[in-house]
Write a protein that binds this ligand. Sequence first.
Ligand code: PRX
Length: 630
Amino acid sequence: MSRITSIEEYHKEYKRSVENPEAFWAEQAEQFVWKKKWDKVLDWNFNEPDIKWFVGGKLNITENCLDRHLSERGNQTAIIWEPNNPNESGRKISYKELHSEVCRFSNVLKNNGAKKGDRICIYMPMIPELAIAVLACARIGAIHSVVFGGFSFQSLSDRIHDADCNIVITADGGFRGAKDIALKSVVDEALKTCPSVKKVIVTKRTNCEVIMQNERDVWWHDEIKKVTDDCSPEMMDSEDKLFILYTSGSTGKPKGVVHTCGGYMVYTQYTFENVFQYKKGEIYWCTADIGWITGHSYLVYGPLLSGGTTLMFEGIPTFPDAGRFWQVIDKHQVNIFYTAPTAIRSLEALGLDFVKPYKLNSLRVLGSVGEPINEEAWHWYDENIGKKKCPIADTWWQTETGGIMISPLAGITKTIPGFATLPLPGIQPVLLDEKGNELVGNSVEGRLCMKFPWPGIIRTTYNNHARCYDAYFSQFKGYYFTGDGCRRDENGYYRITGRVDDVIKVSGHLLGTAEVENAINQHPDVVESAVVGFPHDIKGWGIYAYVILEHERKDTDELKKEIIASVNKYMGAIAKPDKIQIVSGLPKTRSGKIMRRILRKVAEGDFSNLGDTSTLLDPAVVEEIKAGAI
Ligand code: PRX
């Protein structure tokens, strides 16, 4: 794996990767353990799409994450686990121990009927067993589908259904700040509508009471006693599915993004090492939950493939107080810290008193991910956390891209606040105008697309390949469309301007407006709703819901609480509307299409230029909406 060490080298490598991508990626792939080498590096077209990397290669990603490190660094810590409560002792798990635990749990899965190709849903808190479960699935060739522990039973059930999972791995409960979350009871509720699930494996975390269903539910700690730690890795094809991860789209239910074994492995390690300039022995901490792609690629797979030490944190940034991140950094002498702008903004808002007690002098590199980082937050992070000596990698990428795509290489690429800067080697971004023409040269702004595949690219959406085509490859023929707007400045630096479709980034989480509307519409008094985003100081974007009722309700506050409860129930707390406005109608065109542009403007508090409203069926509703804006 080539490590870039200077900006000149970056430019050289970039050029090489574009001129001869196959040779470039073959070189990166050489260092891994392959059971059989690939016959061909790449086969692709974006028309179906049909994309294959390292065709014919055989491997197991866990052999590369674990087994191959044992001789050199078996006793080195692979995972540092920091619990929610700072007074509880955490864990340090060496590569040898992790290997053994993953093998044991792989055998538990097999004993419970799991086989290669099965889909296994993982719904767990941020405890080591979560990482072990993920790796055990990969070891036996089962496809993991991790569902974030904050999602409701309905979201969980939808995801289990869509992937037709036969096993669920969960915990009795989880700790998050001052709260306990009863995960197993959410699973019980979800499984009422999921007959495909034959086994539920439950680990103990909170010791809360759970109801175990005979035949179906088993305890992790009982099962683990029945097995040895001898489990050879299943031989996987490069293009066998490694995992499914659900992400929101502008229409309908979330899509099951599929990543495959070979390309994802090569891409996550290459990007991890180069973006963060990871050095052997360093302590690396990514604060994302494993339920999101950042947790998959840069908490579990990337760092372990690199033989690194990865910190896993169970809690939240504000528990027991807003200094927790900084306390953990000092405690474990963290060198690389990777978090989201929304966390930075919320901690900034709580003041420097929470930062001052900590030295933070172990830090060498900072990272940001998930949404645009505003300049103010960037400077606060740079000055108060990095003490102006840690380069900030503002990493742009997506669930669908598998790994980081546009980002500075820490300490190598000159940074500008708000800019993700330059594409990584192998990445060929283009900006298109609305008609699909490429905007050449610099100082241009358009829709961000990719014109050539990279090893980590999405292969399909689970069980519905047409949806993959529709969502990413149909708008602009021959390109992968990201859904983001972007500007390329006069120096060729990229600045992401935000989504151009009907999804909203709320606290770094992608939410489809249609999904939130569905959850709101479950309320019996709601006839119709329309959801848009509005700029929010901490969350980046907040959720503004316009709601039409079947009949008038005088107890508006109560009603709003009920609507929020409905969203909680059908999606989860992350989708909670910040503002709810009751309206008698929505601005619709004569063909019945909601004019979201108008709703967005009103939500932003900008009534000055609502554009052309002459095509509206009933222009009067706009006046009413303006008058009632919150
Ligand atoms: O809009 C972009 C935004 O997050 C979207 C992808 O979201 P998701 O699939 O949940 O993955 C998040 C973690 C990789 C993108 O389409 N986004 C992500 N990173 C950045 C960003 N926007 C601006 N700057 C970033 N660094």
